[in-house]
Design a protein around this ligand. Structure first.
Ligand code: PMP
Length: 410
């Protein structure tokens, strides 16, 4: 057994294992987007980020800035307490009603992050040892963390393989008391979707609950951006819980959980990540609320995002790249066969004014390195064609780069 002398020593070993080795080749992480943009523009060059979540291109919308500023001039930035005991503002509940209504759900509760919303909802709900949480093997870390933090059993099913899920439920449903299935509207690394009509049929057949994480599908799926249910033509009210975030389409940050009124009322008084954490900042809320309204007023943004992502997928395929199972909405990856090629490609793009961070080892399987592209309604056709052309023009990975990475990973 290795005993670590100090916490620093332990951290150094863990960090090396987690990904530090790659940094010896190049460090594409923590890129300062504002600095990069300024540097490129100072040289008269164009800089484009495909790394940011701003699906509908609302991040710099003047109305969002105005509304947020107005709120700052009111009571300041923080909610300054848990909402239960001092942090409640007049804007919290109306915003929750607005988002619930938009999504076709009865009620909603906001929390300070999307990550927290998953962790606390799943862990709190599945509180018995005889409960079970069935999660997709590619579920986001916040879902895994919630499931691992719950006393319930955790069962993983193969990615988007609902035959596998059904088989597992047929064999094991009777062993458990409450069962929760958790899926995502759009998977954040692959850009594919879950089959909601079938999931609802499975939920009803086995009498289990369903939570859909719509972090990447709000404002992205469905003609009016209402998410997976709208995209697949089903009634969202049949879903038990929808968890979402304001950090992507709503251009700010914070999370929410939606469900039946009785469930959300219970959460409002008991959900640990809500009760024991500060209320959502009213400034952030004002920004998100404005984004939610703009999304409904300017639905062309949703169509533009879909056009952009679909154009990218088409041009990428024409160039011979693989985009895996992505359906061509907000997230589309380009898959590579090795970490070194992925790092090399990211570096090459950055030198040419496109920031697309590599996703290697962290967040994806070891054999699934990729460049992950986030699209925005603000991207232009020239930018999308340009990034693929630049990838096409990429020089082959040098032997030296291979060796550096191979040595670092050994
Ligand atoms: N769920 C999914 C599927 C996500 O991809 C993310 C963030 N990338 C979250 C939840 C967490 O959201 P936030 O970043 O707003 O905390």
């Amino acid at each position: 057994m290795t005993k670590h002398k100090s916490l620093e020593d332990y951290a150094a070993r863990r960090f090396r294992f987690a990904g530090n080795a790659l940094l010896e080749f190049s460090d594409p992480f923590f890129a300062q987007i504002d600095r990069l943009r300024a540097e490129f523009e100072a040289q008269g060059k164009h800089f484009v980020s495909f790394a940011n979540y701003d699906y509908l291109g609302l991040a710099n919308h003047p109305r969002i800035r105005e509304e947020a500023k107005r709120e700052i001039d009111g009571l300041g930035i923080g909610a300054l307490a848990s909402r239960l005991v001092g942090g409640e503002r007049t804007t919290h509940k109306p915003f929750e009603a607005e988002i619930a209504e938009f999504l076709g759900m009865e009620s909603a509760l906001t929390l300070v992050s999307g990550y927290l919303s998953n962790v606390t909802t799943i862990a709190w709900l599945m509180s018995g040892k005889r409960d079970a949480i069935f999660i997709d093997e590619l579920a986001h870390n916040s879902i895994v963390a919630g499931a691992d933090g719950a006393p319930a059993q955790v069962v993983k099913f193969r990615h988007n393989d609902l035959d596998h899920l059904e088989h597992l439920l047929a064999r094991h449903r009777e062993e458990y008391r409450n069962v929760l299935i958790v899926v995502e509207g759009v998977y954040s690394m692959d850009g594919d979707t879950a089959d909601l009509p079938r999931l609802l049929a499975i939920k009803e057949k086995f009498q289990v609950w369903l939570l859909v994480d719509e972090a990447h599908s709000l404002g992205v799926l469905g003609a009016t951006g209402r998410g997976l249910a709208e995209h697949q033509g089903v009634d969202p009210a049949r879903i038990d819980l929808i968890v979402g975030t304001m950090s992507k389409t709503l251009a700010s940050c914070g999370g929410y959980v939606c469900g039946k009124k009785q469930v959300i009322d219970w959460f409002r008084y008991t959900l640990p990540g809500f009760v024991y954490s500060v209320g959502l900042s009213p400034v952030i809320l004002a920004a998100a609320r404005t984004a939610l309204r703009l999304m409904q007023e300017e639905t062309w943004r949703i169509a533009k995002l879909a056009d952009n992502a679909e154009l990218f997928r088409t041009v990428a395929h024409e160039a011979g790249f693989s985009t895996g199972p992505a359906i061509g909405r907000g997230v589309v990856p380009i898959l590579f066969s090795s970490d070194v090629e992925t790092m090399w490609a990211s570096q090459h793009l950055l030198e040419n004014g496109y920031y697309v961070p590599p996703v290697v080892r962290i967040g994806v399987p070891k054999d699934g390195p990729r460049l992950r592209f986030f699209f925005s309604a603000n991207h232009s056709e020239a930018e999308i064609r340009g990034v693929i052309q630049t990838l096409r023009d990429m020089p082959p990975v040098t032997e030296e780069a291979h060796q550096i990475v191979a040595a670092a990973m050994a």
